[in-house]
Design a protein around this ligand. Structure first.
Ligand code: SAH
Length: 248
């Protein structure tokens, strides 16, 4: 069973785009994932194939019509009823590596790309759609966000990355940023690779990496650090409670 990605967009020609190169392209040739694009405009009901209209209440820009979106979504889901539907929107929940990992374990995903000012809000009440954001930035369309999400899923599909890079140590996998990397030359522009990494002492190297991952997360991403410490403390107190309950 391979991972099925369906992308609903006004610009199907943007796909596979960067996913037609390198790792993702090879994985697709090997049948590890497949890609379908659905042109939202094909589901417009009028002669002019209108997909948008002016915002209720006034203001700039145009809004994607709920009836047109629903017809496109229903068409996509008829083929893949098990796949979660995700709309890309800055109003969504921030995308996380944990969500990506869960998606990569599933049968696939249906992605809804916005344009203009975005979607008529009623679509989210009428269909089971998860709303996801790829960062506190505003893109001109959901397509680059969909490509990001798919790229992150595809590299986790079984057999796509070599065994050497299982991804387990990577940034965010354990709630921390990854430690920094170095490679030859040992000395470059007068800068040396940290001595410990050349010591051959695996325990010391592991300790250094753990320390750097923690220090860098604390300094660069206080938000991640706070959550990490919270989870750590919680599971520690949970363990203490269990020990007590067991009368030990
Ligand atoms: N008026 C909207 C922005 C619309 S941008 C607002 O202020 O919230 C047009 C489309 O680009 C959106 O519908 C969405 O599909 C996509 N998009 C923009 N920024 C995004 C982000 N950070 N994450 C995911 N999708 C985004």
């Amino acid at each position: 069973m391979s991972f099925v990605a369906t992308v609903l967009t006004l610009y199907p020609e943007m796909f596979p785009g960067p996913l037609g190169i390198s790792l993702a392209a090879r994985a697709r040739e090997e049948g590890k994932w497949s890609l379908d694009t659905v042109q939202i405009r094909d589901f417009a009901a009028d002669r002019h194939r209108t997909v948008d209209d002016t915002p209720a209440g006034g203001g700039a820009g145009m809004v994607l019509r709920a009836d047109v979106l629903a017809a496109a979504i229903d068409h996509a889901q008829a083929a893949h009823p098990q796949n979660p539907i995700i709309a890309l929107t800055p109003r969504g929940a921030p995308l996380t590596q944990a969500r990506i990992r869960a998606l990569a374990q599933g049968p696939g995903v249906t992605l809804l790309c916005g344009r203009f000012e975005g979607f008529d809000e009623r679509i989210f009440a009428a269909r089971p759609i998860e709303q996801v954001s790829v960062g506190d930035i505003v893109l001109s369309g959901g397509e680059p966000a969909a490509l990001m999400l798919l790229d992150a899923c595809i590299r986790l599909l079984p057999g796509v990355m070599g065994a050497a890079s299982s991804g387990a140590e990577e940034s965010f996998e354990n709630g921390l940023l990854e430690y920094p990397h170095y490679t030859r030359p040992a000395s470059w522009e007068g800068r040396e690779i940290p001595e410990v990494l050349r010591s051959g002492d695996h325990a010391k190297i592991a300790a250094w990496r753990k320390q750097r991952a923690e220090d860098d997360t604390r300094l660069r991403r206080p938000d991640l650090w706070e959550r990490h410490v919270g989870v750590r403390d919680q599971s520690a107190s949970g363990a203490r409670r269990e020990t007590k309950e067991m009368g030990q």
